[in-house]
Every structure is written in structure tokens, then in C-alpha cells.
Design a protein around this ligand. Structure first.
Ligand code: COA
Length: 322
């Protein structure tokens, strides 16, 4: 059996930090409201002239270094992003150029906040069929570029960042299973009113923003993540107690707590970074993973459940032995 095994992780957050107290000066909000409703204390924002590929490159280089691999080893690049630098080439191709990699498959995956889980799930198929031996999987976003910074409902929630993993073919697991889902019927609960085909005038006029029915998104997210946890455990004949670490999408501490409760997991076994960078969409799961790997909490051989939920709606999970 060809398994995809994580052999290195990396992440990057832009230097500039916007705290809740900074936001108090920009919109009608308070640090107390943001922290109590979301758990977020601050978010990072890309500098002028710093783009998604710049963030992706930093995270990718750190993951390669941690894996002890060079660009020459990589035979597949997948970048999960909702905020690509250009309509084309894909951010994955731009990253490929930065890393001086030539010829291997490189493409973007767009599944909003579930993007990294989708990218890992797709990569897993490449490994199981023997099509890839060493892959670079990245989640990178500059969501600050599509936010309406006058809309308190959304601008307090999101931030910029990137995370990456290097996967290597292994006879031992590895990714045990991946579960990818979507239901486009939920479009109107979370979307951007603008787009390439619809026209970008709102975005270009500076009033871009994200349209979101926050409390409805919240309810569907909690229920859906509860279901995906059950589906993932059943598929692997595992019990809740077999999971060592939950590495969830970092959107909201209350959604994370609800999923941990469903798993009967103490919060000591849940990786939480949402306080430090808000919702970084497809970057949030690999950012959390890299944090807990580097600070020594996650150890080799442990079983991790990665899960996410996002616009679309999309949702998914990856169960792996680290
Ligand atoms: N500061 C202060 N008040 C705010 C605010 C802010 N930043 N944003 C919204 N409010 C107000 C609302 O206007 C509303 O006021 P009203 O009652 O006078 O109309 C009030 O707070 C309550 O809004 P509500 O939406 O009911 O709050 P909530 O408890 O559901 O929390 C969210 C709002 C957005 C934090 C929460 O719904 C959430 O996290 N949803 C999921 C969003 C998400 O994760 N999206 C991405 C998914 S990948």
C-alpha cells in the first residue's frame, strides 16, 4: 500500500498585526465582543506588495527544510487558495517558478476554508495510485484583500497567512482516509457578491467584502463537523478515544469547542491558534498543524484528525498517523 506521510511542516504569518483594539478604532466593535464570540485576539495582514505566493513560498521553504528535502525532490504541487495572485497562472505555478521546480504537475484547489483538506485529499489519491512520491501541499491566503474593512460583521473574523506540508510515499500510514464534501445549495449563507465573471467593480471600489449570515453558518458548521467526525471514525473502525489530536479549521473557538465536545476530547488535545491569526481560510489547518509540530505537542506515531468547513458549503476531514 502506498501511503502519503507528512515528513515536514512549515508556516508563515505576515509581520503586520491588527489587534482587536486596532479594530475598535476602525469599526463599531470591542475587543470583548470579538474575543467572547470568536476567540480571536489579533490577525496578521500582508504588507502592500506582498501577495499570496509570497506567503506560500515562505511556508513551503520552511516545510521543505523541516522535511530535509529540496525543490528537486518535489513531483507534485497543490496550492489551496481563494485569493490567488492572478486569474492565471495558478498560484501553484507561480510557487513552482519561485522554487525553481520544472515539469511536475502544479495546480490550485479552490474550496475556500476547506481548501487544504481538499488539497490533502486529492494528493492522497496521487500517492495511493503511485503517481506521486514527494509532494508539496500548501494553503495560502490574503483574505485581507477581499474584506470590507468597514463591515464589522466580517472584517473582525479573517486574516492572512500560509501553511504547508511535504508528503512522502511510505509503506506505513500516513494518511489513513480523507473525506471531502460540498453542498452548493448553501451559496447564499457565505459568498462574495463579486467575481471575475460577475465583475469586480465592488471589490475595486474598495467595498468588496464577504456576504455572510454568521449565525446560520455557525449552526450548519457545528452540525456538519459533528457528522464528519462520525463518518471519519466509522470509516477507520476507530473510536473517539483513538484520536490523539484534533487539528481543526480555525474559524471560531466556539465551533472548535463544539467539535471537541462531540469527540469527547479535552481541549488539551485540540490545537487552537485562532486567537493569534483569526480565520485564515485554507491556511488555518496547516498553520495550526505546524504550530503544534514545532512546539513538540504532536509527536511521531500519533493519530490526528484534521477537519474544516467553509464557503460552498464545503467540508471535509483527513485522518492520519503522524
Ligand atoms: N462587534 C460588535 N457587534 C457586532 C459585531 C462586531 N464585530 N458583528 C456583529 N455584531 C452585532 C450584530 O450586528 C448583531 O447586532 P443586532 O442584534 O443589533 O442585530 C449582534 O452583534 C449579534 O449578531 P449575531 O450574528 O447574532 O452574533 P453571533 O453570536 O452569531 O456571533 C459571529 C456572530 C459571526 C461571530 C458567529 O455567528 C460566527 O462565528 N459565525 C460563523 C462565521 C464563520 O466562521 N464564518 C466562516 C466559516 S468558514
Amino acid at each position: 500500500m502506498n501511503y502519503a506521510r507528512i515528513i515536514g511542516t512549515g508556516s508563515y504569518l505576515p509581520e503586520k498585526i491588527i489587534t482587536n483594539f486596532d479594530l475598535e478604532k476602525m469599526v463599531d466593535t470591542t475587543d470583548e465582543w470579538i474575543r467572547s464570540r470568536t476567540g480571536i485576539e489579533q490577525r496578521h495582514v500582508a504588507a502592500e506588495g506582498q501577495f499570496t505566493v509570497d506567503l506560500a513560498e515562505q511556508a513551503a521553504r520552511r516545510a521543505l527544510e523541516a522535511a530535509g528535502k529540496t525543490s528537486a525532490d518535489i513531483d507534485l504541487i497543490i496550492v489551496a487558495t481563494t485569493t490567488a495572485d492572478r486569474v492565471f497562472p495558478s498560484t501553484a505555478c507561480l510557487l513552482q517558478q519561485r522554487l525553481d521546480i520544472h515539469g511536475c504537475a502544479a495546480f490550485d484547489v479552490q474550496a475556500v476554508c476547506t481548501g487544504f483538506i481538499y488539497a490533502l485529499g486529492v494528493a492522497d489519491k496521487f500517492f495511493r495510485t503511485g503517481s506521486s512520491k514527494c509532494a508539496l501541499i500548501v494553503g495560502a491566503e490574503t483574505l485581507s484583500r477581499i474584506l470590507d474593512w468597514n463591515d464589522r460583521n466580517t472584517c473582525v473574523l479573517f486574516g492572512d497567512g500560509a501553511g504547508a506540508v511535504v508528503l512522502e510515499q511510505s509503506n506505513e500510514a500516513g494518511i489513513l482516509s480523507s473525506h471531502l464534501h460540498a453542498d452548493g445549495a448553501y451559496e447564499k449563507l457565505l459568498y462574495t457578491p463579486y467575481g471575475v465573471s460577475r465583475g469586480l467593480s465592488e471589490l475595486l471600489d474598495g467595498a468588496g467584502g464577504i456576504a455572510m449570515k454568521g449565525n446560520e453558518v455557525f449552526k450548519v458548521a457545528v452540525n456538519t463537523l459533528g457528522r464528519i467526525v462520525d463518518e471519519t471514525l466509522a470509516c477507520n473502525n476507530m473510536d473517539k478515544s483513538d484520536i490523539d489530536w484534533l487539528v481543526p479549521h480555525q474559524a471560531n473557538i466556539r465551533i472548535i469547542n463544539a467539535t471537541a465536545k462531540k469527540l469527547k476530547m479535552s481541549l488539551e488535545h485540540v490545537v487552537v491558534t485562532v486567537n493569534k491569526h483569526g480565520n485564515t481560510s485554507s491556511a488555518s489547518v496547516p498553520l495550526a498543524l505546524d504550530t503544534a509540530v514545532r512546539d513538540g505537542r504532536i509527536k511521531r506515531g500519533e493519530v490526528l484528525m484534521l477537519e474544516a468547513f467553509g464557503g460552498g458549503f464545503t467540508w471535509g476531514s483527513v485522518l492520519l498517523r503522524y
